[in-house]
Design a protein around this ligand. Structure first.
Ligand code: ZN
Length: 355
């Protein structure tokens, strides 16, 4: 009996040792943020497109969690404070872009910066203006999310991510010629995006935010097409990359309590997660996190009306709420992201493992 126990202990020790040794460490990290995408936005899209819950690409991930989102000065965060929390691990006041407010106002070090310091390539992709709060918090520092021209200058002449894609133009504080002078190749429609190359590459698709999926994108690429191109451009260095991809307009549709546009935005975000998964294939060195910055609209789904029919819902506000948001993790190091966490933990956990 003793002999058997001893054998079992040795076997278990060996098993634990091997599991630890084999647990892959991510070389590259992809953080995908559905702006305003709470649990009920996901349910509404599931009902509309599939007639049942659990069908969006990320819902089958093995690791699931929920995230608290409050900011330094409010139970209800805005996108600037929430993105700063994920990008820097610090709670700041609403409206602040990756600066220590409250605090000494200094620039907070972002995940994107840490990736650069490790020799990784970096990118930000969104359906909003590229200078909007969420992408801005990963690639710039400002006292106010509204200073688009300053944010643009910071992104393209100071931080210089390798890839930047989304809405551009004067509304976004962007002078295309200046970005070109800073060394970037620029695509401005789907055809140009296909041919885009270079160490510094960006896509500006229209003036201001990109159109809603529901309204059609015309000559502009879908989020999933921008994501695939970004992966192509970034996956060149053995040191890996950090890429933030935002489904930015779920939030805008929910501010308008516009359910059909909201579910189409969630579906495109889910399809984008799917193309990222397809790209990951059997690679064991990539960590994929899918989450949201906050819930928008106080959405509550009250009945499923089947495929292609909008579910019955109620909205409680045209602003954000303090509701916890979902998190789904897949790939190398994903197991640490289960259960309840704070948005600042996302930064800590990514840093702990990857950079
Ligand atoms: Zn919002």
């Amino acid at each position: 009996m003793m002999k058997l126990c001893k054998k079992l202990i040795i076997f278990l020790s060996l098993f634990i040792f091997l599991s630890c040794a084999l647990a892959a460490k991510p070389v590259s990290v992809i953080l995908m943020i559905g702006d305003g995408m709470g649990f009920e936005q996901i349910k509404a899209a599931d009902y509309y497109f599939y007639g049942e819950e659990g069908r969006l690409s990320f819902e089958s991930f093995p690791v699931k969690g929920s995230v608290t989102t409050y900011s330094a000065d409010n139970d209800i965060t805005d996108s600037a404070a929430a993105a700063t929390a994920m990008a820097t691990g610090q709670k700041v006041n609403n409206g602040v872009i990756s600066k220590a407010i409250p605090g000494d106002g200094s620039n907070l070090v972002t995940l994107l910066k840490r990736a650069q310091q490790d020799g990784k390539s970096t990118g930000i992709v969104t359906t909003t203006m590229v200078t909007h709060a969420t992408p801005a918090a990963f690639a710039s520092h400002n006292l106010s999310r509204n200073n688009y021209a300053e944010i643009a200058a910071d992104i393209f002449t100071v931080t210089k991510p390798n890839v930047v894609m989304g809405g551009g133009g004067p509304s976004a504080g962007i002078v295309t010629a200046d970005v070109n002078s800073a060394g970037y190749n620029i695509a401005q429609n789907s055809t140009e995006l296909r041919g885009l190359t270079g160490e510094l590459a960006c896509g500006f698709f229209g003036d201001g935010h990109m159109p809603y999926e529901y309204d059609g994108l015309g000559d502009y690429p879908h989020l999933n097409q921008m994501a695939v191109k970004a992966l192509d451009l970034l996956d060149t260095s053995p040191a890996g990359f950090f890429l933030m991809i935002e489904g930015g307009r779920i939030d805008h549709a929910c501010h308008s309590n516009d359910l059909v546009r909201a579910v189409y935005e969630v579906k495109e975000f889910s399809d984008t997660v799917q193309v990222v998964l397809d790209w990951m294939g059997s690679r064991d060195d990539v960590l994929l996190i899918v989450t949201a910055d906050h819930e928008t609209g106080g959405l509550s789904v009250t009945s499923n009306n089947g495929v292609d029919v909008l579910p019955t819902v109620t909205w409680s506000t045209d602003y954000h709420t303090a509701a916890d948001v979902p998190l789904y993790a897949f790939g190398a190091g994903s197991e640490l992201f289960s259960g309840k966490m704070d948005n600042t933990d996302i930064y800590d956990l990514i840093l702990l493992q990857a950079f």
